[in-house]
Ligand binder design. Structure first.
Ligand code: A3P
Length: 296
């Protein structure tokens, strides 16, 4: 039960320049000093890049394709959200992690620079999922409409400039994808693209299996693939966030499993917005080897 008044649209407070919801900023000391274990697996993303999808894939692989076991609890219990914090008595992500048996599957939206150092000291494996900026923006807009703990996005017209400036929870998409891209060779980081997952899910599932050191037969790949399709996850109460009360996320405004497509941005960006966005994109991404596809 979530007490009334515990959740509201929290203001953003900068933590080392990155805007985070106020309860997270207030809890920062605990997050920064979090002690990772060597067998923790970190799943890092910018919000709305395909986090939940990757969490489901990894949990299913870790259980050798036992899909019934993957229905044991909702996503946020099976794979706690490291930095999430709310006013008491709601348990924080760290409280949840403390009662989670190893090997733990840890979710984070933190930019690389803000990840607790213990993950790198412990040489934890990390999977980063990145999604093209335009689809990511549209997905985030609808999420901010329905997530009652994040600032209201306003109209799409009002939202897009804020997204480009990084004036949204967890900051700038550009800083996030580039920060993790530049870090990928320093640590044990697998950098995966949402568009690749859509294009050939089994190929990406096999890639994740290899990264986890799991040699599983093709029928397990098939099971993981079926269990983690958009439609299967949309229907699965343990994967579609229906366990979260509607005063926190209101799925009557927009479902968590909204569309799950590449190129939905075409239905939302005006020609002028697209031009403005492309110009900014060229500037921000210039000189990087990181390339995205906005169509597949
Ligand atoms: P849309 O809003 O474009 O539909 P996150 O888990 O990082 O919050 O990302 C949510 C986005 O991933 C949503 O995008 C959601 O529909 C999409 N998604 C979730 N599960 C998916 C799946 N199995 N296949 C494709 N997309 C999925």
């Amino acid at each position: 039960e979530v007490p009334d008044g515990t959740f509201y649209r929290f203001p953003l407070v900068p933590v080392r320049g990155v805007p985070l919801m106020q309860p997270i900023a207030e809890y920062w000391d605990k997050i920064e000093t979090f002690q990772a274990r060597p067998d923790d697996l970190l799943i890092a993303t910018y919000p709305k890049a395909g986090t939940t999808w990757m969490q489901e894939i990894v949990d299913c692989i870790m259980n050798d394709g036992d899909v019934e076991r993957s229905r044991r609890a909702p996503t946020h219990v099976r794979s706690p959200f490291l930095e999430i914090a709310s006013p008491p008595p709601v348990p924080s992500g760290i409280d949840q992690l403390e009662v989670t048996p190893s090997p733990r599957l840890v979710k984070t939206h933190l930019p690389y620079e803000l990840v607790p150092n213990s993950f790198w000291q412990q040489k934890c494996k990390t999977i980063y999922v990145a999604r093209n900026a335009k689809d990511n923006a549209v997905s985030y807009y609808f999420f901010d409409l329905m997530n009652k703990t994040q600032p209201h996005p306003g109209t799409w017209e009002e939202y897009l400039p804020k997204y480009i400036r990084g004036d949204v929870p967890w900051g700038s998409w550009f800083d996030h994808v580039l920060g993790w891209w530049n870090a990928r060779e320093k640590h044990n980081i697998l950098y995966v693209f949402y568009e690749d997952m859509k294009e050939d899910p089994k190929r990406e599932i096999r890639k994740v299996m290899r990264f986890l050191g799991k040699a599983l037969p093709e029928d397990v790949v098939e099971k993981v693939y079926q269990h983690t399709s958009f439609n299967a996850m949309k229907e699965n109460p343990m994967a579609n966030y229906s366990s979260i009360p509607s005063n926190v996320i209101d799925q009557s405004v927009s479902p968590f499993m909204r569309k799950g497509e590449v190129s939905d941005w075409i239905n939302h960006f005006s020609e002028a917005q697209n031009k403005m966005f492309d110009a900014e994109y060229q500037k921000r991404m210039a000189g990087s080897t990181l390339k995205f596809r906005c169509k597949i």
